[in-house]
Ligand binder design. Structure first.
Ligand SMILES: Cc1cc2nc3c(=O)[nH]c(=O)nc-3n(C[C@H](O)[C@H](O)[C@H](O)COP(=O)(O)OP(=O)(O)OC[C@H]3O[C@@H](n4cnc5c(N)ncnc54)[C@H](O)[C@@H]3O)c2cc1C
Length: 304
């Protein structure tokens, strides 16, 4: 495990359940259009595990094997690591005194990674909310198919009242690009409002294309049309659930210096949260400050 710089460690906070989050603040233009400058990441759920129920199973084998001692291992692991270690050790019935003890879990998982036995890591799962990310980033996120689940804000269902935007780092660093960005999102918010108002008026006048039986259907008819003018930099919050293996692949592909900068910032924050709560599963990564002024994340054992 490599120590992270304080600048990154300080980004991660833990809530009262020990769940990690990296916060992102909302700001507004002078006209009141809200936007964010960086991704926010909040852990919503993680695997829990308990080995107590293994007792009848372990005691069912010959006492010579001393399998029940497995339950007395004094080393405490995080639940994801504990779950994956039990699953991996079941494969070889490694429950006796010669097994790798919890105190040596780091070595156990290094071996799992270097031998490419990543399927063991699929047992642990984690759910995150990502916000302060643009629609172009979520289009890239959902390309990750294996072991992932997604729920994303519906631009058809929600109204302009929850419309927010995301400012790219390149725009934040240049006063002129920043000014143009703020003007553009003010205009987009106003255009959206204007188009939605016009569509609503047409709907009230009985326009067949905008008709619908339920109020929800009628609202969707308006918003699905009005959203067509929204730019890629519209915020698109998403909940993503992944397992240890699929999240590792995501961090490697999207935290790399070759990845697009917005998703790279997201992958970095995702990694920081995971490393904070499950160091045995995610502690092998290192970070590098790239010439573009942003961190990349990498490991010596990718794609386990
Ligand atoms: C820097 C960068 C540039 C990119 N540029 C483009 C681009 O120009 N155009 C574009 O369309 N996409 C682009 N992508 C997206 C990329 O092609 C992948 O769609 C995305 O990274 C998801 O990767 P994946 O398929 O490995 O992940 P997942 O879908 O999560 O799959 C994980 C792994 O499971 C296995 N797997 C998953 N599905 C299958 C399957 N059906 N059959 C066999 N094995 C499977 C593979 O080993 C795969 O790597 C880019 C990605 C990056 C990181």
């Amino acid at each position: 495990m490599t120590a992270l710089p304080d600048e990154l460690l300080n980004l991660v906070k833990l809530d009262n359940m020990g769940y990690a989050h990296v916060d992102a603040a909302t700001t507004t233009t002078a006209n009141g259009t809200p936007y964010l400058k960086e991704p926010g990441v909040a852990l919503l759920a993680r695997s829990q595990s308990s080995v107590g129920g293994l007792r009848p199973f372990l005691e069912g084998f010959s006492t010579d094997l001393r399998f029940a001692e497995y339950l007395d291992d004094p080393g405490l692991l995080e639940p994801g690591a504990q779950l994956c270690k039990v699953a991996g050790q079941l494969c070889y019935a490694s429950f006796g005194p010669k097994r790798t003890h919890n105190a040596d879990a780091a070595r156990y998982f290094a071996n799992i990674r270097s031998s490419g036995h990543g399927s063991v890591l699929e047992h642990a799962s984690f759910s995150f909310l990502f916000y302060g990310i643009s629609r172009s980033v979520t289009h890239e996120i959902v390309r990750h198919r294996a072991g992932m689940a997604y729920s994303q804000i519906s631009q058809r269902y929600v109204s302009g009242r929850v419309l927010r935007f995301v400012e790219r780092p390149e725009y934040q660093n240049d006063p002129e690009l920043h000014r143009i960005f703020e003007n553009r999102i003010d205009r987009a918010a106003a255009d959206y409002d204007g188009v939605a108002t016009r569509l609503l008026a047409l709907q009230k006048d009985g326009d067949a294309a905008l008709s619908g039986e339920a109020a929800t259907d009628r609202r969707k008819k308006v918003q699905q049309a009005a959203r067509s003018l929204l730019p890629n930099e519209t915020e698109a919050p998403i909940v993503m659930t992944g397992n240890g293996r699929s999240l590792r692949h995501f961090i490697e592909m999207r935290g790399s210096s070759h990845a697009e900068v917005e998703i790279r910032q997201l992958a970095l924050r995702l990694y920081l949260c995971l490393a904070a709560i499950e160091p045995d599963l995610f502690g092998d990564y290192r970070v590098n400050m790239e010439p573009d002024g942003l961190w990349s994340v990498f490991t010596d054992t990718p794609k386990v």
